[in-house]
Design a protein around this ligand. Sequence first.
Ligand SMILES: NC(=O)c1ccc[n+]([C@@H]2O[C@H](COP(=O)([O-])OP(=O)(O)OC[C@H]3O[C@@H](n4cnc5c(N)ncnc54)[C@H](O)[C@@H]3O)[C@@H](O)[C@H]2O)c1
Length: 366
Amino acid sequence: MFNNVYKNKKVLITGNTGFKGSWLTCWLLSLGADVTGISKDIPSNPSMFEDLDLESKINYHNSDIRDLNELSRIINQEKPEFLFHLAAQPIVSTSYSDPVETISSNAIGTMNILETLRHANFNCAAVLITSDKSYDNVEWVWGYKESDKMGGKDIYSGSKGAAELIIKSYFHSFFENNESLPRIGVGRAGNVIGGGDWAKDRIIVDAVRSWSNSKSVKIRCPDATRPWQHVLEPLSGYLSLGQNLYSTKDNVGEAYNFGPRAEQNRTVKDLLDTMLIHWKKDLPKRPYVISDTLPFKEASLLKLNCDKALSHLKWDATLEYDQTVKMTSEWYSSYFNDDIDMYKKTIDQISEYVALASKRDSSWTL
Ligand SMILES: NC(=O)c1ccc[n+]([C@@H]2O[C@H](COP(=O)([O-])OP(=O)(O)OC[C@H]3O[C@@H](n4cnc5c(N)ncnc54)[C@H](O)[C@@H]3O)[C@@H](O)[C@H]2O)c1
């Protein structure tokens, strides 16, 4: 897989204690990588990082990326061959209550990574993770392309748009014509689902918590439509980009969208109905109740055009809607209802995902 490029390599993940960081850690460990993490805290309770005891499997630095000196000291000491930068304050509602934390972590934190890398004296392929929200959302129906304008009306989106501008200016000012410096690339993806996400304001988290206590979950907007994408989809994209940057100079400084398939859009009600099919324990008579349905105007969904990832990286999304939701529901169902090792369950789901990608002849599986 990934042409074995991660085997026995030093890989540094910022934001390793978070949702995506935990899944990425598991995947890289299964590929034989030597993983180091930098995170300032454990962002949820429960936490996938803690439940899978990932701290014992990697080299973990509890540190804040806003401290440039400390960040540089750790990175220069570790000299990673790959770096995945995921650390961020990622919750839109929190960005309203704490704009300073959000902008300083997401924008200045990214600057500190780049500032460290531009003085690096070791080879490294660095994948910097932003978001689909870094696009200026002009509410059109077409998919956004990597060349579209950056923007963001809320603080979180603005902080990710700012990170993108910082990456672009650092790239053109320092990295572009200097082959001895690390090779950088950018990954953009939208909201993802999957087992192990315990972030607030998430319908799946509310549902599985309620069901595990045999209670109904209340839903407010049953007809809201979302493109449900499994966390392993963008991660296979980030790993493909890392592999590409490591092996060729062709796509250095480029950004890539990693979005779901076009037919993934379903309502919240559909999502819960599909989750329920795969939930193993007794359920309350009414697993969900629709409470005070609010008349709401659905913001137009921001779609990503992923043609560039297909063309340059031979990456496209693997899972169909049902497979996405089945994997998600089964992970939480095992967590609450089975007495099994959740690290093994997570590794098994990664193998299941790889097998499905391999059936579709995805070239990263080779
Ligand atoms: N989860 C999604 O649906 C989604 C969608 C699009 C983009 N993203 C992006 O993916 C990345 C990971 O998201 P996630 O859902 O895993 O988030 P998460 O909240 O689960 O984890 C965030 C991680 O960043 C670390 N962190 C935050 N601020 C830090 C700082 N100043 N210094 C050091 N560490 C810091 C936290 O300790 C944690 O490890 C983020 O950049 C996020 O913006 C996530």
